[in-house]
Design a binder for this molecule. Structure first.
Ligand code: GLA
Ligand code: ZN
Length: 665
């Protein structure tokens, strides 16, 4: 099995390419401009179903043949899509049951994209047939480098509540729980008269008078992620059968998308690819980008991954679509590269004239190549040509953050102690503090082997059956920092009794008797100068040392932050919503005590990749300066973009980028 599109030499650079939106005479110019821009990989046919299968079972591949041939003549590789992300109107007209349904019973129509139900046998059969037809036709095509299955599974429809999904959900529940008794127990159906006496009574969580059963919601989230994953696997298996040497991927939306449990998905792709878009109005969008990139590297198990999509400038789906600043496209690409991407592609190659994404930027803007955007595209394309030696190198981190889609699902349910808590924002707050301290982090799934990390941060790991992996980690000398709302329930959603934070209570040496979430905008003070918002709890130290207590608010004198020494290790507990400087200080202290060096921090992002050149171990520093002042980086080696030797230090220009092959000094 091939786990990377190795036919592409060097770092991948390119875009989604949608030539069917243009007359054929534009295609020649496309290839010419791609060559000028150093493009070596494009994703083709992602939304081409209606033009490939023009009526049921009648395929028209002629235009795609010509596109692929031209790309090949131009030396450009193809990440060929299976084109199944948008069923054509003929299909949903002939088979309306393909269409998905909302929780309110509204059947969604065709006319945009992704209008399919994950459990529809018709959709599945047609999608697999199309994937097979494409693989049969193009298996020997010399441009084929990788398969791009579907597109952003779940992006618009990650949950479908139709009758077919009800049937599939029941089958999934039978496989998970075995018996109705087990299901009744897991869901706690003794409450509110929900006891089931037959499988047929069980429904997806459709519109109801008030809140749903939490077990039903959580299992429906799991089922929905699995149902889409089954669709992916059905297409993937056909591709693997026909083209075993061509790696298969599907593009994730890892940061910010709760629909799929990407830890499970990542195990099924040959290589991980991801889409990431910055929010133009967010002044810290570069930190959000780094967060995405690190999470994706975690999904890739530390191996290189591909940025399948980002934007050269504005998108078209935010409230205000802010154009990127000069140099921002370049910084964005390098920031992904620094964090393990072996290629950065865009949506899309040529900006559309028509259709709902007309105002989304592309590598070739409406205004043509004589533009800031295309010039920057050309610049980075040329630079990537000088960086081929980085391919295959990896990023090593000494700090890990545990990320859990199931806890995200569970904490997104209604009827929790506060509506002010948001799982992704909470994880990001901790990530951000580490980023600002210049610390590179890995993301790991719950239960991962933690032994190679010096510090592990566990933000709101809510649904935990058993804390053994964390206990072993601390016993072995690890430093663990756990935040509130961790270990509260098991993975069925049942609360661990005897005091919070349930599964972690003993390891942390604490016991909480009651949650005291704060009022909106309420801020409480701690005796170490920190402040907290959103959350406090009535905590008792039960062996742990108290580092800070509240001086006001609902719990004056009660411990807020504790530290428990166990074996050779340390377990911190943060029982409140520390904000700003307090959170930054705490994380820096934990990092320092764990013996992890702090980076330059501030606006300069520096990440080290390690690999081999001609059999010898080599490391590279990729530095991206997001600030408005030049910065000096103490390093000796060769700066690969300029080719200059830098003895003892290099200037990272304001808004600029450097890549240094390091030398030992
Ligand atoms: C997603 C999709 C693309 C395009 C972009 C626009 O990432 O995969 O087809 O719609 O968004 O930002
Ligand atoms: Zn459905």
């Amino acid at each position: 099995m091939t786990t990377w599109p190795t036919r592409v030499r060097g770092l991948a650079w390119g875009a989604d390419y949608n030539p069917e939106q243009w007359p054929e005479d534009v295609w020649s110019e496309d290839v010419e401009l791609m060559r000028r821009a150093g493009v070596n990989l494009v994703s083709v046919a992602i939304f081409s179903w209606a033009l490939l299968e023009v009526e049921e079972g009648r395929y028209e591949f002629g235009w795609l043949d010509r596109v692929l041939d031209r790309l090949h003549e131009g030396g450009i590789w193809v990440d060929l899509a299976t084109a199944t992300a948008a069923p054509p109107p003929w299909l949903t007209t002939a088979y309306p049951e393909v269409l998905p349904e909302t929780a309110d019973g509204v059947r969604l129509s065709h006319g945009s994209r992704q209008s399919y139900c994950p459990s529809s046998p018709v959709y599945r059969a047609k999608a697999v047939a199309l994937a097979r037809a494409l693989a049969e036709r193009y298996r020997e095509h010399p441009a084929l480098a990788a398969w791009h299955v579907n597109n952003e599974y779940g992006c618009h429809v990650s949950r479908c509540y139709c009758d077919r999904c009800a049937v599939a959900f029941r089958a999934w529940l039978r496989a998970r729980h075995g018996t109705l008794d087990a299901l009744n127990d897991a869901w706690g159906t003794a409450f509110w008269s929900q006891h089931y006496t037959s499988w047929e009574q069980i429904l997806p969580p459709r519109a109801t008078p008030t809140s749903h059963n939490p077990g039903q919601l959580l299992d429906f989230d799991r089922f929905s992620s699995d149902a889409l994953l089954e669709l992916f696997k059905a297409e993937r298996d056909v591709l693997r059968e026909l083209t075993p040497d061509v790696p298969v991927t599907t593009n994730f939306m890892a940061a910010g998308f709760s629909g799929l449990d990407y830890w499970k998905w990542a195990a099924e792709v040959d290589f991980v690819s991801n889409d990431h878009y910055t929010r133009g109005e967010d002044d810290e969008r570069h930190i959000d980008l780094a967060y995405s990139a690190d999470l994706v590297r975690g999904l890739a198990g530390g191996r290189p991954w591909l940025l399948m999509e980002h934007s050269t400038s504005a998108v078209n789906w935010q409230p205000r679509n802010i154009a990127k600043l000069p140099g921002e496209l370049r910084r964005n690409s390098y920031a992904h590269l620094a964090r393990g991407a072996d290629g950065t592609l865009f949506f899309q190659w040529r900006q559309s004239r028509a259709g709902s994404e007309r105002y989304h930027s592309a590598m070739v803007p409406h205004a043509g190549p004589d533009t800031k955007v295309y010039r920057e595209v050309e610049q980075v394309g040329a630079e990537y040509g000088r960086l081929a030696e980085l391919v295959g190198s990896t990023v090593a981190a000494e700090v890990a953050v545990v990320f859990d889609w199931e806890s995200w699902w569970a904490l997104s349910q209604p009827n929790h102690p506060t509506g002010d808590f948001a799982y992704p924002a909470h994880v990001f707050a901790h990530y951000r503090a580490l980023w600002r301290a210049g610390v590179t982090v890995d993301f790991v799934p719950p239960g991962a082997d933690l032994s190679r990390y010096r510090l592990v941060v566990v933000p709101a790991l809510y649904a935990v059956d058993d804390a053994t992996p964390y206990e072993e980690y601390v016993a072995g000398g690890g430093h663990l920092l756990v935040t509130y709302l961790s270990g509260v329930t098991d993975t069925r959603g049942h609360v661990h009794l005897g005091g919070y934070p349930g599964a972690f209570r003993e390891l942390l040496g604490v016991r909480t008797e009651e949650f005291h979430p704060l009022r909106a905008d309420q801020v409480v003070a701690l005796d170490d100068g920190s402040t907290a918002a959103v959350w406090t709890e009535h905590l008792h130290a039960d062996g742990a040392k108290v580092l800070a207590s509240y001086t006001d608010g609902p719990l004056p004198g009660v411990p807020a932050v504790t530290r428990n020494e166990r074996g050779d290790g340390v377990a911190w507990y943060v029982a409140c919503g520390l904000v700003g400087d307090g959170l930054a200080r705490l994380l820096r202290t934990a990092v320092e005590q764990a013996g992890v060096p702090l980076g330059p921090g501030g606006d300069v992002e520096v990440v080290r990749r390690r690999g081999e050149v001609a059999g010898s171990a080599v490391s590279w520093l990729v530095a991206v300066n997001h600030g408005s002042r030049d910065a000096k980086l103490p390093v000796t080696g060769v700066e690969l973009l300029s080719g200059a030797r830098v003895p003892g230090g290099v200037v990272v220009p304001a808004g600029g980028v450097v890549v240094i092959r390091e030398e030992e000094v």
